[in-house]
Design a protein around this ligand. Structure first.
Ligand code: ADP
Ligand code: MG
Length: 321
């Protein structure tokens, strides 16, 4: 049986990267970090609990990836560059067969973004994974939820709904073919945080949020904090590759109120459309312009022709908890 210290040493302690901001990493009472002069720290925590946020038999490598990805997604939505993270783990047992792929999945994503694991806590208990990420962003350039302005375009990165479609398959809410499930599942299990896009949108976008609970709810946070309303062209929302093949009603429901997409929803002045597209290309992300911020409060859903749509979102996604 591994002791707590052996476990940390084996799976979570690595030599610091050469260009690291970490003066002291895993092993002491605290880590020491040296932030770049003049930068602000962006800090966010996200906890994933077994049975609530993932299935007990979840693939450990994908789970390691996802736990960090959802945290990096918060940094992306702020326009912050990841620098470090801490990991608090409650584990039912110290199982090397689980710990090895879990830490590899997590650290591979961390390395891709130059985000160092600098500390954490490990305890016995029901499987719970809590991460705090640290990023940096120049003062005044963070993409805040309260910064949308009347006349801004609303943009979405990537595509929406395939993660929700995979979940519907697992829950037998919908019949999915094996191929459909195979193609949609990675969107649920291994989301791609839009870190490069978030950073590229500094100085261009006004407000941003990452879509974790579904577009309507998450855009709602921007509207509430910015004290504005919006019009959303539902037929401009980009569906995932698998959802794309489904009927219009399901496409609308799952792009509007799916969840677990981890795409960015952001607003930017209409005069900066070309700058947005250029930033997205440089960041390797697709972006779609899907609506606008209005003075009139509330969210108006329209179709491609601009006709109002009456969609009762609460009723078709009642199974979300
Ligand atoms: P303390 O007694 O101060 O809580 P611990 O014995 O819990 O310290 O941890 C020892 C060291 O290992 C600390 O530097 C802590 O940050 C680090 N650590 C503990 N658990 C993890 C983990 N899951 N991942 C990374 N570092 C960890
Ligand atoms: Mg401790």
């Amino acid at each position: 049986m591994l002791t707590e210290f052996e476990l940390i040493a084996r799976y979570f302690n690595r030599p610091p990267a050469p260009d690291s901001r970490t003066a002291l990493g895993v092993g002491d009472d605290c880590a020491l970090m040296t932030p770049a002069p003049g930068m602000q720290l962006a800090i966010s925590s996200d906890m994933l609990v077994c049975g609530r946020h993932f299935f007990p038999d979840a693939d450990p490598a994908a789970l390691g990836h996802k736990c960090l990805a959802v945290n990096l997604s918060d940094l992306a939505a702020m326009g912050a560059q990841p620098i470090a993270f801490t990991l608090a783990l409650a584990l039912p047992q110290a199982d090397p067969e689980w710990l090895a792929p879990f830490s590899q999945g997590m650290l591979a994503l961390a390395d891709r973004h130059g985000c160092e694991l600098i500390g954490g806590d490990t305890t016995k208990g029901p499987l719970t994974i809590s991460i705090t990420v640290f990023g940096e962003v120049p003062p005044q350039q963070a993409l805040r939820r309260d910064a949308a302005r009347v006349g801004d375009d609303i943009w979405i990165s990537g595509s929406l709904g395939d993660a929700r479609l995979a979940l519907a398959g697992y829950r037998n809410e919908l019949a999915l073919s094996d191929t459909e499930l195979l193609q949609a599942a990675p969107r649920m299990h291994e989301p791609t945080p839009r870190v490069e896009l978030g950073v590229a949108l500094r100085g261009i976008a006004h407000a941003a949020i990452d879509i974790s609970d579904g577009l309507v709810g998450d855009l709602g946070h921007i509207l509430e904090r910015s004290h504005h309303g919006a019009t959303l062209n539902v037929d401009a929302l980009p569906p995932g590759n698998v959802l794309q093949q489904r009927e219009v009603d399901l496409r609308r429901r799952f792009t509007l109120a799916g969840g677990d997409d981890y795409e960015l929803c952001f607003t930017a002045p209409a005069r900066l459309r070309e700058a947005v597209e250029k930033a997205a290309r440089a960041a390797g992300a697709e972006v779609a312009r899907v609506g606008s911020i209005d003075r009139e409060p509330g969210l108006r859903l329209v179709d491609a022709a601009g006709e109002a749509l009456q969609l009762d979102l609460a009723s078709f996604d009642h199974f979300r908890t």
